[in-house]
Structures are given as structure tokens and as C-alpha cells.
Design a binder for this molecule. Structure first.
Ligand SMILES: NC(=O)C1=CN([C@@H]2O[C@H](COP(=O)(O)OP(=O)(O)OC[C@H]3O[C@@H](n4cnc5c(N)ncnc54)[C@H](O)[C@@H]3O)[C@@H](O)[C@H]2O)C=CC1
Ligand SMILES: O=C(O)[C@@H]1CCC=N1
Length: 272
């Protein structure tokens, strides 16, 4: 048994996000034999992890149940899983837009429920995990922390109604940044660089800038000013990004669209 986990963890759905969390946990020292993946189509599972198409027939409940299927599949998986859980099982859901009340409706036994909004960099321990708990004992909250800390930054979110915003910012955020990296690389190639070299430069520039921002006491605005010498070339470029609030407006509309979609998924899970 690892120190992270004292009983079995069932992972329902081991696709892009569930699989990334699983790799993060194993890298953090979880014993693969403590994990049961319940996913009829799981691919490329790490060695030692038990994979089953349905809950194990022995009737033993898991210590932790992690729900990681598409939100639209909630009502497909819940009837098969819910009866196998007990009051002490910690229910962890990463389903975008599915509220605690909607989870409790489908999974009535667990006392403690945690909504987690992760992102894919958890696979390398550099993720962001936003947590919102309901009915958590001190032990259950500590278990949720132990499980998420090795995967990256953990932030507890007081109000569940802030989850759509968190999802848009840090849950969806990696995809927006990957688009930004591609667009920067394409722009460099359009100026005459070989495409593969432009791609390497773009990734390394974003990596370095993000690490510098993370480690610096200065705000990103100050760090940007440090790059932009007065009358120099950075200022000319930033003038394009800043014209009429172009980049702020673009990101405000991008996050608002994602948050809106989350709210729609929440309504669907409420049966509206
Ligand atoms: N991909 C991401 O970056 C993030 C995803 N999420 C949430 O994670 C959840 C999963 O998303 P992804 O991993 O991207 O989707 P995915 O499609 O990659 O993975 C879903 C997995 O569920 C499995 N599955 C399908 N039917 C099943 C069933 N009846 N029983 C058990 N497993 C079944 C599939 O085989 C697949 O492996 C979603 O609810 C999403 O909102 C949350 C944060 C970030
Ligand atoms: O696209 C989605 O619905 C999920 C939520 C956050 C990232 N992926």
C-alpha cells in the first residue's frame, strides 16, 4: 500500500484525463495493484493496473471512486457503480459541469463528494486541480489533498458556482495555450524560419516564460515591460496585441464561451 492511499481506488474512465491522472498517481508512488480501472475500452494502461469492464464481483467497496467519463455518460455508468459504493467511499468527480447535487442524486451512499477540475499537465506533476468538497470529514478532505497534491497546484474553491469559470481557465486552458504555441510557430515560419525550428522555439519560449512568471515576484505585466525596450521591436508587437484590448477581448470571449458550455452541461445533468 502506498502512503497516498489506504484502500483500493476505482477509476471509471481512463481516457485522456483519467489516464493522465493515473500516470501522475503511479509516478507519485501509488501501487498499481491498488487501482482498478473500469473502462470497457481502456487503452495503453500502465503495467500492473487491473482493468475490468464493470465493478469487481467480490462486493468490496473502493476507498476512492474517481469518475472520469464524459459528462454525457453519467447516466450510463452510474446505475452499475452506485450500489457498490459505501458511506466511507470518497467520491471524486472530474466531470465538467456536473454539480455535487447531480452526483448525489446518482450516487446516494458516499458521505464525502469532491468535484475536481484537473488539467492534462497532471501527467507530469504540473497540473492545476481545483477542488470543491461537500460532506467531507477532516480525513476525507486530507485524502483528497493527498491524492491531488502530487499532480500539481491544488486550489480549494469555496463556491461551487465558480466552477464554470475555473473549468474555462485552468481545465480548458492548456488547449488555448497549445493553440497559442502553434500560432506563434506558424507566424515564425511565415517570417522565413524552418517550420520544425519555429515549433521548437515557440514551445521553449512559452516554457521559459511560464517558468519565469511562476518563479518571479513581479507581475506578468512588469515582466513584459522588461522584454520591451523603449522604441524597440517588442513594443511594436505588443501594440498589435494590445490595440483596442485585442488580446484581452479575445481571451474574455474564449473563456466565456467555455464557461457557457459548462453551464449548459450542468443544466443537462440537472435534467433541465
Ligand atoms: N480532457 C481534459 O483536458 C479534461 C477533461 N475533464 C473531464 O474528464 C472527463 C473525461 O474526459 P476525457 O478524458 O477528455 O475523455 P475521453 O473520451 O478521453 O475518456 C473517457 C473514457 O471513458 C471511457 N468510457 C466510455 N464509456 C464508458 C463506460 N460505460 N464505463 C466506463 N468508462 C467508459 C472511454 O473508453 C474513455 O477511455 C470528462 O468528464 C471531462 O469533462 C476535466 C478536465 C480536463
Ligand atoms: O472540454 C471539456 O469539456 C473538458 C473540460 C475541461 C477540459 N476539457
Amino acid at each position: 500500500m502506498s502512503e497516498l492511499l489506504e484502500g483500493p481506488l476505482w477509476l471509471v474512465g481512463a481516457g485522456n484525463m483519467g489516464g493522465a491522472m493515473l500516470r501522475g498517481w503511479l509516478a507519485a508512488g501509488v501501487d498499481p495493484r491498488q487501482v482498478i480501472v473500469i473502462d470497457p475500452a481502456a487503452k495503453d494502461l500502465p503495467e500492473g493496473v487491473i482493468a475490468l469492464p464493470a465493478p469487481p464481483p467480490d462486493g468490496a467497496a473502493p476507498a476512492v471512486l474517481v469518475l472520469a467519463v464524459k459528462p454525457q455518460l453519467l447516466d450510463v455508468v452510474a446505475p452499475g457503480i452506485a450500489p457498490a459504493l459505501e458511506r466511507e467511499t470518497l467520491l471524486v468527480s472530474i466531470l465538467a459541469g456536473v454539480e455535487v447535487a447531480s452526483l448525489r442524486q446518482r450516487f446516494p451512499h458516499p458521505a464525502g463528494v469532491v468535484r475536481v477540475m484537473p488539467n492534462t499537465p497532471v501527467a507530469i506533476g504540473k497540473g492545476v486541480m481545483a477542488l470543491h468538497g461537500s460532506g467531507l470529514s477532516a480525513d476525507a478532505a486530507a485524502l483528497a489533498e493527498r491524492l491531488t497534491r502530487p499532480l500539481g497546484l491544488v486550489e480549494w474553491i469555496e463556491r461551487e458556482d465558480q466552477f464554470d469559470a475555473v473549468t474555462a481557465l485552468s481545465g480548458c486552458g492548456p488547449a488555448f495555450l497549445f493553440r497559442f504555441i502553434d500560432a506563434m510557430a506558424d507566424a515564425g515560419a511565415a517570417l522565413g524560419l524552418p517550420a520544425d525550428q519555429a515549433a521548437r522555439l515557440a514551445v521553449a519560449t512559452v516554457e521559459g516564460a511560464a517558468l519565469l512568471a511562476a518563479r518571479s515576484d513581479e507581475s506578468p505585466a512588469i515582466l513584459a515591460d522588461r522584454v520591451a525596450s523603449p522604441g524597440g521591436s517588442t513594443r511594436e508587437g505588443m501594440n498589435v496585441l494590445d490595440k483596442d484590448g485585442a488580446i484581452r477581448d479575445l481571451l474574455a470571449r474564449t473563456l466565456a464561451a467555455s464557461a457557457r458550455r459548462n453551464a449548459e452541461m450542468a443544466a443537462a445533468a440537472r435534467g433541465e
